[in-house]
Design a protein around this ligand. Structure first.
Ligand code: ZN
Length: 589
């Protein structure tokens, strides 16, 4: 996904007040609805200033609430999920715009990992499962909140491939703020035609279709998505369009889409509108990549101009990360009415065909206007998010930290190192240090939104700790090759980078992912000598950094104990290399 707080008009629905006090107030008149809310928001901002004194504001840290049973069921690998591995989904779903209903089924093909009889299937109300079939028989099931307990007639032994079909229907949750709030948007395009889209990151795919709604298990053989819509509309989903059926009598069409690769649940999407298709071929590291742009008729010209960013993006990311991970499924951009989302092989786009992010510059340094943020950020997720996917939502930084970091790699590839550094360092302005980046495991609770800019800056810092660009490139490509189409944990990523770098980075990861503290380098200069040490660091933190003394760069390795060095000449200047995300303060030591 993307950082919601950067676009003014999306802040209304998130009581995202801390940002307001940092000069990121939305421009007035962005939306009509803005005006009403603005006074209230300003009042809150003023109140917060009063409460926090000098204006250096930490966000209110929400009290850690006990994890509910529903959160555990949604966010953990329960015994009723663990015994079976999803091999394939075939989702068949009809969208009924007139009544705003969904009706369909999902055939789940699975293989048993151990014997089992009771299965957990997720589907969130008001949608409801109406029937589950297993061969010729119907299975009994009962609902507990967002979960259905499905009982097989008898225990299925280990190592068996089997399938069930789950029928469901109802009026799904409506998203009031896609993509940050999940559900269905029964919207209209600029010309008043229907534009119906799904979004479900965070809340989960079970908000619109029944499945095993946990990141650890992706369908190994991919997924078919058959979408039925009124005959005047076009349904665009992930992967490739295999065929279209036209039911003349019923005045409807069914679009059969197929994904051959494993896909994470929230990456599955359907977009229904008055779409037309533009195509392009890209000669890349995996051969010829089929590219499709599904846009509205009046967007063709703008799309042809702005989507020239796509081959530039592919060239940069295939350089840094290795080949695009889904050649078999193609690459698509699909225009929607919200800013964008990393739907696998079907990236959704709503960035107004302009550079920047909704005409803003995430780094406030000018560089953000040199590229289309949505094309670059959301497509970066094809490597980090869709190729390498988190098992647990607490590790979401693996998606967002790397995607944020990838923006600066795109800039480096096309515009050079200086711009890239300005960009990633510029995004530090959005870091709040309110909560740790890693969330709460087993509960579907994500960590702080800092996972974007702070995650990106941690990776940028680590690159400079390694201080070997060839090795860093090898690591980035290696991650995508060695974790190809896999779900992973933070620990796997950490130890991979440490091992390949030949440097134990565990304390660096601990510091930036698991605390809200930014290392503070205390230093003092006295004639020819300089002293320094770290404050606000985890025990054992000794990250090497580079400093410039009298114009000459040297590496130092501070820790919590004061170190003093003598130079041959009087020290006139002492400066920390800006690429390291730390703070420095001169004081009497
Ligand atoms: Zn993202």
């Amino acid at each position: 996904m993307l950082v919601h707080s950067r676009s003014g008009h999306f802040m209304i629905n998130h009581t995202d007040t801390p940002l307001l006090t940092r000069g990121l107030l939305p421009r007035s008149g962005v939306l009509m609805t803005m005006r009403k809310c603005k006074l209230a928001i300003l009042a809150i901002a003023v109140l917060l200033q009063v409460h926090t004194g000098a204006g250096y504001l930490f966000a209110q840290v929400p009290k850690a609430e006990a994890i509910t049973r529903q959160e555990t069921l949604r966010g953990s690998v329960t015994p009723e999920r663990k015994w079976w591995d999803v091999l394939h989904y075939h989702l068949q779903v009809e969208f009924l715009p007139e009544t705003r209903r969904l009706r369909g089924s999902n055939t789940i093909t699975f293989k048993t990992q151990k014997p089992g009889k009771k299965m957990q299937i997720d589907l969130q109300p008001p949608l409801a499962i109406t029937k589950i079939t297993h061969g010729d028989s119907q299975l009994k099931f009962e609902r507990e909140g967002n979960v259905y307990w499905v009982m097989f007639e008898k225990e299925i032994p280990k190592g068996v491939e089997d399938k069930i079909e789950i029928f469901y229907e109802g009026v799904p949750v409506v998203s009031r703020n896609p993509p940050w709030v999940g559900g269905i948007t029964w919207g209209r395009d600029d010309l008043g035609e229907p534009l119906i889209v799904t979004t479900c990151e965070g809340i989960g795919a079970s908000i619109w279709w029944p499945n095993k709604d946990h990141g650890a298990d992706e369908p190994d053989r991919g997924m078919q998505i058959s979408v039925t819509v009124p005959e005047n509309l076009v349904a665009v989903s992930n992967g490739r369009l295999r065929k279209t059926d036209h039911d003349d009598g019923g005045k409807k069409k069914t679009f059969h889409w197929e994904v051959l690769n494993p896909i994470n649940n929230y990456g599955v999407n359907v977009n229904i509108g008055n779409y037309v298709k533009l195509t392009e071929k890209y000669k890349g590291k995996g051969g010829t990549l089929d590219i499709e742009y599904w846009v509205l008729p009046h967007q063709k010209e703008a799309a042809l101009r702005q989507f020239k960013e796509v081959p530039r993006m592919l060239e940069a990311f295939e350089h840094w990360f290795g080949k695009y991970p889904f050649y078999e499924d193609g690459y698509k951009l699909v225009t929607v009415q919200y800013p964008g989302m990393e739907h696998q092989s079907s990236v959704t786009y709503g960035n107004w065909f302009r550079n920047g992010y909704l005409q803003r510059d995430p780094c406030a340094c000018g560089v953000g206007f040199k590229f289309d943020f949505i094309i670059v950020h959301e497509s970066a997720h094809e490597w980090f998010g869709n190729n390498i996917s988190m098992k647990d939502a607490a590790d979401m930084w693996i998606h967002e930290g790397f995607a944020n970091y990838a923006e600066n790699l795109f800039v480096e590839y096309h515009f050079g190192k200086k711009d890239a550094e300005d960009y990633v360092i510029g995004t530090r302005r959005s870091i709040r240090n309110d909560r740790p980046i890693i969330g709460v495991y087993g509960s579907n609770r994500q960590g702080s939104g800092d996972m974007y800019p702070k995650g990106g800056n941690m990776l940028h810092t680590i690159r400079h700790v390694i201080n070997d660009d060839a090795k860093w490139l090898f690591i980035l490509r290696g991650l995508n090759a060695d974790f190809w189409h896999q779900t992973v944990t933070t620990e796997q990523i950490e130890s991979y980078i440490s091992n390949k770098a030949g440097i134990d980075l565990s304390k660096v990861f601990d510091q930036y992912l698991r605390t809200t503290k930014i290392p503070l380098l205390k230093y003092n200069v006295n004639g020819k000598s300089v002293s320094f040490y770290y404050e606000r660091v985890v025990k054992g933190f000794a990250m090497p950094i580079r400093v410039t003394i009298n114009g000459k760069e040297i590496q130092i390795t501070p820790n919590e104990v004061k170190q003093t060095f003598e130079f041959s000449e009087e020290i006139k200047t002492f400066e920390v290399n800006r690429n390291f995300y730390i703070e420095a303060a001169k004081s009497d030591l």
